[in-house]
Design a protein around this ligand. Structure first.
Ligand SMILES: [Zn+2]
Length: 266
């Protein structure tokens, strides 16, 4: 099986069909199909739902759903249904997975002070999915030789035998110390794409700067996705400040009437 996979991988690389361009024009090596990634995302999400406490608070769920659904409505493939789950946890974190899954931890809601700041994070996470960053991470793991279990799971050969390695490859390795976090370039790409998504969804992009300032203040407790592996806060805030002129017109064009904003109401 291993020999076959290596051969398969080599053939793909030689034929060049595994090299793709990310939405911002970066070269990406993607060894898996979208369907395989969706399958991985869906099984990981089911696992996380079993492990974490799911919030039953109606107001919190309504608020997070409101923000998330406006973001997913402006995606290129807006027909895809997205499953949005709020986890009861002090972690300042959120994630999105291929297959249409979004997880938000309640700890994030203390740092993201309003709907625009929450939209910044959800936009960023969904951008990781749009830009196929999980596929890149899993592919890189396989190429570096540590991803055989991942490949087996993806190809249905051995089931999900090594769940931890598998989740780590999806950038979710909270349980295993984040073996394969997204890289810096992927983070910057998710920032750029995310701020455009939030603006298109009618959220104020200038609040993305306030969000990362809040994150920097909160830096003591480092959440796995949002804080530990991201570009320095100063750097990302500069980049987002530069994006403002470009995305502000998108926001002005899609800004909803005040009564349609996403408010947290008990
Ligand atoms: Zn990220």
């Amino acid at each position: 099986m291993k020999t076959l996979l290596i051969l398969f991988t080599t053939l793909i690389l030689l034929s060049g069909c595994a090299t793709h361009q990310s939405p911002t024009g970066r070269n990406q090596v993607l060894l898996f199909s979208s369907q395989e990634l969706e399958q991985m995302g869906t099984s990981s999400f089911a696992q996380i739902k079993k492990q974490e406490k799911i919030s039953q608070d109606a107001a919190t769920n309504r608020y997070v759903d409101c923000v998330a659904s406006r973001i997913t409505a402006v995606l290129p493939n807006s027909g895809l249904p997205w499953d949005v789950v709020v986890f009861e946890s002090e972690q300042v974190n959120a994630f999105a997975l291929p297959g249409g899954h979004i997880g938000v931890y309640t700890g994030l809601l203390h740092v993201a002070e309003n709907e625009h700041q929450l939209a910044t994070v959800i936009g960023h996470e969904v951008a990781h999915v749009l830009a196929k960053h999980s596929n890149e991470q899993v592919s890189r793991a396989q190429l570096s030789g540590i991803g055989m279990q991942i490949a087996d799971a993806a190809l249905g050969a051995g089931g999900i035998s090594n769940k931890e390695l598998y989740m780590a490859a999806l950038g979710l390795g909270a349980q295993v110390g984040f073996i394969l976090p997204y890289g810096r370039k992927q983070e910057s790409e998710a920032d750029i794409m995310g701020v455009e998504l939030m603006a298109r969804a009618g959220f104020d992009p200038s609040q993305s700067i306030a969000l990362w300032q809040n994150m920097a203040k909160h830096g003591g407790e480092q959440g796995p996705e949002l804080l530990s592996t991201h570009p320095s806060h100063g750097h990302r805030i500069d980049d987002l400040a530069q994006m403002q002129q470009q995305v502000m017109p998108l926001y002005q064009a899609s800004k909803p009437a005040a009564e349609n904003s996403c408010q947290f109401t008990k």
